[in-house]
Design a protein around this ligand. Structure first.
Ligand SMILES: Nc1ncnc2c1ncn2[C@@H]1O[C@H](COP(=O)(O)OP(=O)(O)OP(=O)(O)O)[C@@H](O)[C@H]1O
Ligand SMILES: [Mg+2]
Length: 357
């Protein structure tokens, strides 16, 4: 009998996905703890990079992972290097940038999903709006929160020209559009006046969004994050108790590098990355339906693979997407049967699946 072939990377990751960090809800792969995975000559090796004050937990994971991997056919040796880091000490409550998570906020929202990108202009807000509409079409109760302090755009994209009203309980009631409840920092900002939002102001606005907005019962709150990986993103990420993050990128290499930064930020604060969406990925000829790969297509998928996170789908580039955004009717509502809408629905389904919704 010949020796069993060594397992594929996918197979190894599948095994590692069955292992959870004690006390955390997700597996060690989703949390990005598995680094530098190598498989060769029957040897499986990787670095387990983990932030914890309990080195014993990391040891347990190493033992467990070694045992499970060794039972795979074709594996002769397993080497796991532990890279245990002490978590940063918690800053005092109210410190700028990194407030302690507050579980009491948004108790009626099942899943809070951030849409993020390391780089600006990749279509984050477009994806956030259309993802929200797609989830709603799939039967979920959905809210959309525009937390882009630099340039909130959901009001425009969702065609909202009124302001939310304040109810008797002194809570802000979101504006409903296309079945989605929308709140935007734009409601609170004067459009003509450039506002320089500094850390404490961001925090205040975010706290208000979380505490004083009457979201009601929601299955999903889609959060449109400001581009980048700075204070505002960190504040939001930690405050909201995100269930997961969707990272938007475009096929170009520069955007992909930034996508990695986004990923690293979420992993640092233990927010599971649900996956990567490649936007403006390919072009479908409106006349003949031919799919044209105008850019070096596939970078998003490749990056997802390298970083061991799911690839959630590719969205074609289509002028109607931009027109819909400008006109205040997202493409999923404007063209419910178009290939672009199909692509957004597929992403929404992947997000649901990633969260077990
Ligand atoms: N798939 C697409 N096809 C065509 N145009 C698109 C697509 N996705 C986004 N766009 C357009 O690209 C521009 C940037 O998109 P969007 O505002 O969603 O990006 P963003 O990442 O939110 O930007 P910012 O970093 O400024 O917040 C917009 O004009 C939008 O209409
Ligand atoms: Mg935006």
């Amino acid at each position: 009998m010949s020796a069993a072939a060594e397992p594929t990377e996918e197979k190894v990751l599948e095994v590692l996905r069955t292992i959870r960090f004690p006390g955390l809800s997700r597996d060690i792969v989703s949390f990005g703890f598995v680094k530098d995975l190598e498989i060769g000559g029957g040897n499986v090796s990787f670095r387990l990079e983990v932030q914890t004050s309990s080195p014993r937990a990391a040891e347990e994971i190493r033992r467990d992972a070694t045992e499970r991997l060794r039972s795979l056919p074709g594996v002769h040796a397993v080497t796991i290097r532990l890279d245990v880091r002490e978590p940063a000490p918690a800053p005092p409550r109210g410190a700028v940038g990194v407030p302690p998570p507050d579980a009491a906020l948004l108790p009626e929202v099942r899943f809070k999903v951030a849409v993020a990108s390391g780089k600006g202009g990749v279509g984050k807000s477009t994806v956030a709006a259309n993802l929200a509409l797609s989830l709603s079409r799939l039967g979920q109760r959905v809210g959309l929160m525009d937390s882009d302090i630099y340039g909130p755009s959901q009001q425009m994209m969702m065609g909202i020209d009124e302001k939310p009203f304040i109810n008797e309980a002194n809570h802000i009631v979101p504006v409903e559009r296309f079945g989605v409840r929308v709140m935007s920092l734009g409601f609170l900002m004067d459009a003509d006046q450039p506002v320089i939002w500094r850390g404490p102001m961001v925090m205040k606005a975010v706290e208000q969004f979380l505490g004083d907005v009457e979201w009601g019962k929601l299955d999903f709150l889609v959060v449109d994050l400001p581009p980048g990986t700075g204070d505002a993103q960190l504040t939001l990420t930690q405050k909201i108790h995100l269930s997961g993050a969707v990272i938007v990128t475009t096929p170009q290499d520069v955007a992909l590098i930034d996508a990695r930064k986004g990923l690293a930020m979420f992993q640092k604060v233990n927010v599971p990355v649900l996956g990567i969406v490649e936007n403006m990925s390919y072009y479908i000829c409106p006349k003949c339906g031919h799919r044209d790969e105008i850019f070096k297509h596939g970078g998003g998928e490749r990056t997802a693979k390298q970083l061991h996170v799911p690839f959630l789908g590719a969205i074609p580039i289509d002028p109607k997407v931009a027109l819909g955004g400008d006109a205040g009717v997202p493409i999923v509502a404007a063209e419910p049967k178009s290939p672009v809408t199909e692509a957004f629905l597929a992403v929404a389904e992947a997000v649901q699946k990633g969260l077990g919704a």
